[in-house]
Design a protein around this ligand. Structure first.
Ligand SMILES: Cc1cc2nc3c(=O)[nH]c(=O)nc-3n(C[C@H](O)[C@H](O)[C@H](O)COP(=O)(O)O)c2cc1C
Length: 190
């Protein structure tokens, strides 16, 4: 599968098979992560990988509580029915942990941008595409309180648990959510 095909066929996967993922495929996903760009090549990431279901169970139970809280706060009617079952199904969880101290020169701009966060996001995307190209599904999960995830995965206070990537073989893949067109989103300047 070429790169563009992986990009356009990738979908968020919220139904995983229990089928285990081969070690070589997991290694390739992690290899893709470390090749992501980062400001001044600071590589401001660490990846905590687990295939132990006890972590899935703990994560799901705190995430359900967080979801209830967010449903209350937002008033979003669809949120209570949004199932987090994929958190227990996914055979692999990869926690992407950013180091807020590892930024590039952009941190000294008048309006600084969070370089470490942007780099970690690039790493997540690389992992999603590496998974896709190997027939695996992923879900970028972010609906968690950082304090809960620090607690479950033993992450220190000075590090930022940015996302959890659920990885596994897809049971089925939903329809692609509609994208606005390139014409809508790109401006070509003369
Ligand atoms: C920063 C970020 C956070 C996300 N967090 C969640 C999440 O917590 N739960 C979830 O189900 N999907 C999450 N997603 C996936 C998006 O819902 C999904 O990418 C979007 O709806 C487009 O669908 P697609 O990935 O199938 O193209 C997240 C995506 C990004 C980039």
């Amino acid at each position: 599968m070429d790169c563009f095909e992986a990009i356009v066929t990738r979908r968020s996967c919220r139904n995983f098979k229990s089928q285990p993922v081969e070690r070589e495929k997991l290694n390739r996903i992690l290899e893709a992560a470390i090749y992501a760009p980062s400001p001044a090549n600071k590589q401001p990431w660490e990846f905590i990988v687990t295939q132990n279901a006890k972590y899935n169970t703990r994560l799901k139970s705190v995430a359900d509580l967080t979801k209830d809280k967010l449903a209350d706060r937002s008033g979003w009617k669809w949120l209570p029915a949004f199932s987090l079952e994929f958190l227990v199904q996914a055979p692999i969880l990869i926690v992407i942990v950013g180091d807020p101290a590892r930024n590039g020169a952009e941190q000294f701009l008048d309006e600084p941008s969070p370089g470490y966060l942007e780099a970690c996001s690039a790493a997540v995307q690389n992992m999603q595409l590496a998974a896709q190209s190997q027939g695996l599904g992923t879900l970028w999960f972010s609906l968690f309180e950082k304090s809960d995830v620090r607690d479950i995965f033993n992450i220190s206070q000075d590090k930022d648990p940015i996302a959890i990537l659920c990885v596994g073989y897809p049971e089925f893949i939903g329809k692609a959510p509609v994208r606005k067109s390139v014409e809508d989103k790109a401006t070509f300047l003369d």
